[in-house]
Design a protein around this ligand. Structure first.
Ligand code: GLP
Length: 248
C-alpha cells in the first residue's frame, strides 16, 4: 500500500486526480468507481478542468458509484445521483447511459439484482473512496461480517449525524443501497482520499499495525494489492505507519 502525505487536501486532490487521469490514459474506456461526500469534490474539480483543457478524453469513460440513499428519487437534490451530475458527470460530458448508480426509489430486490449483474459483468478499473468517521466505505457500516455484493444497509446513528448537514430541514433516510466490500476489493486499483483530524482514527486502522476487521470496514484495504492513500498532514498527526506501508 502506498501512502502520500500532502501539505493540504487541495494538494492531495490534485495528485489523486492525476492518478485517475493516468488510468484513463492507459485505458480509454476505463470503468471508474466514484464516491460522494465533501472529500472528493476537489478531485472532480481537477478532472473537469483537465476535461475542459482537453488533457483527458472522457468520451468513452464509464462510471459507477458506491451508494445511494434508499427512497430518494434521482432528481432529489439530496440524492447521490444529483450530487454526481452536479459535481462531475455533466461537466465531464458523461451521459446517463455510461453511469451506473443505485436507484434509491427502485423496488429493492430487483434493483439489487440489476446492480449485482452489472458488478458481475464489469470489473472496476479504479475505485475512488472516501471514508466515514466510523471507518465505513461506501455505506458499508461497522458490522460482524464483510458483505460481498450490493446490499441494503441500515445507517448507524453516527453516520446519520455526520451526514445530516446534507439534509437541511428534513430527516436523513435511515437506509441506503451500497456496493459491498467484495465489490470494492475486486477493483484493479483503489485510491482513497481523506483529510483532517476527524478521519485520523479511521485511517489508523489502515495505516498502523492491527487487525483487519469488519468493525472498521476500511481496514480491509490492507489486503488490497494496489491501493494508494492520499492524506494531509493534519490527518497524519499521531499515526505511525506500520510495515508494508510505502510512504512516498
Ligand atoms: C458518505 C458516503 C461515503 C463517504 C463518506 C464521507 O457516508 N457514503 O462514501 O466516504 O460519506 O464523506 P465526507 O467526504 O463528506 O467526509
Amino acid at each position: 500500500m502506498k501512502l502520500i502525505v500532502s501539505e493540504s487536501h487541495g494538494q492531495s486532490a490534485k495528485l489523486a486526480a492525476g492518478q485517475i487521469e493516468q488510468c484513463i490514459q492507459n485505458k480509454k474506456d476505463a470503468l471508474l468507481g466514484l464516491a460522494t461526500g465533501e472529500t472528493p469534490v476537489p478531485v472532480y474539480e481537477q478532472l473537469v478542468l483537465a476535461h475542459k483543457q482537453g488533457r483527458v478524453d472522457f468520451s468513452r469513460v464509464r462510471v459507477t458509484n458506491l451508494d445511494e440513499y434508499q427512497g430518494l428519487e434521482q432528481d432529489d437534490p439530496c440524492s447521490y445521483y444529483h450530487f454526481m451530475r452536479g459535481n462531475f458527470l455533466d461537466a465531464a460530458d458523461i451521459p446517463d447511459g455510461r453511469f451506473t448508480i443505485p436507484k434509491g426509489n427502485a423496488e429493492p430486490a430487483a434493483e439489487l439484482r440489476r446492480l449485482n449483474a452489472f458488478a458481475a459483468a464489469n470489473v472496476t478499473d479504479l475505485q475512488l473512496l472516501g471514508v466515514g468517521v466510523n471507518g465505513h466505505v461506501g455505506f458499508n457500516e461497522p458490522a460482524d461480517v464483510f458483505q460481498d455484493g450490493y446490499h441494503i444497509v441500515e445507517l448507524t446513528g453516527e453516520t446519520k449525524q455526520s451526514n445530516a448537514c446534507y439534509f437541511p430541514g428534513r430527516e436523513i433516510p435511515g437506509k441506503a443501497f451500497t456496493m459491498g466490500v467484495g465489490n470494492i476489493m475486486r477493483a484493479r486499483e483503489v485510491v482513497l482520499i481523506a483529510f483532517g483530524e476527524k478521519k485520523t482514527s479511521a485511517l489508523r486502522h489502515v495505516l498502523e499495525q492491527g487487525p483487519v476487521t469488519p468493525r472498521v470496514p476500511v481496514s480491509i484495504l490492507k489486503f488490497h494489492p494496489n491501493c494508494t492513500i492520499y492524506v494531509d498532514k493534519a490527518l497524519m498527526r499521531g499515526i505511525t505507519p506500520g510495515p508494508g506501508i510505502e510512504v512516498l
